[in-house]
Ligand binder design. Structure first.
Ligand SMILES: [Zn+2]
Ligand SMILES: [Zn+2]
Length: 175
């Protein structure tokens, strides 16, 4: 089974890994597989490579201007991806790889995150990658909402901010 790089699974996996960094290679492997990615067992070198990819990815998240965001992502794509090719290596259906065959898990993740993010931003909108608007949260999320105006990582944070704004408004009115 493979994550569809056109879909939202890849950016969601990237956000999950960036928000809560895996502590060891076994955890990295387990969390990728739980997300539906058929990944070889990650080694310590794969974990290091993945952390570097996530560092580069967080800079993309934090880039405000579209051009900066695109330039950073293009850098990541240049180091991570190879020419696209069709493959049916698992026998479960033909799909496109953007990398050479027989890459270690860290390199696979690096490519997948870069390519998946490029499809997400170009397909849904360049602004659709954020940190939560609640300042003490700052959780990263990919906005895959219909309207593209999601501001919070979760309903919990949306509620928290609504309560806070309501209190601030009430204090102003009372004051
Ligand atoms: Zn594949
Ligand atoms: Zn949040």
């Amino acid at each position: 089974m493979h994550l569809n790089p056109y879909g939202e699974d890849v950016v969601n996996l990237a956000a999950d890994l960036a928000n809560r960094r895996p502590g060891d290679p076994a955890e990295l492997t387990a969390r990728c597989r739980a997300a539906g990615l058929a990944l070889d067992d990650a080694t310590p070198a794969d974990l290091v490579r993945t952390m570097a990819a996530l560092d580069a990815w967080e800079k993309i998240v934090d880039a405000d201007a579209e051009h900066d965001r695109a330039a950073l992502l293009n850098e990541m794509l240049a180091t991570a991806s190879a020419h696209p090719r069709l493959t049916n290596h698992t026998g479960t259906g033909w799909h496109v790889h953007y990398r050479d065959d027989h890459q270690p898990a860290g390199a696979v993740l690096h490519t997948l995150i870069a390519v998946g993010t490029a499809f997400h931003l170009s397909g849904r909108g360049m602004h659709r990658l954020h940190r939560c608007a609640v300042t003490e949260c700052l959780t990263i999320f990919a906005d895959t909402s219909r309207t593209g105006r999601q501001r919070y990582c979760s309903q919990r944070c949306a509620n928290r901010d609504a309560v806070r704004r309501h209190r601030a408004q009430a204090a102003k009115t009372a004051g």
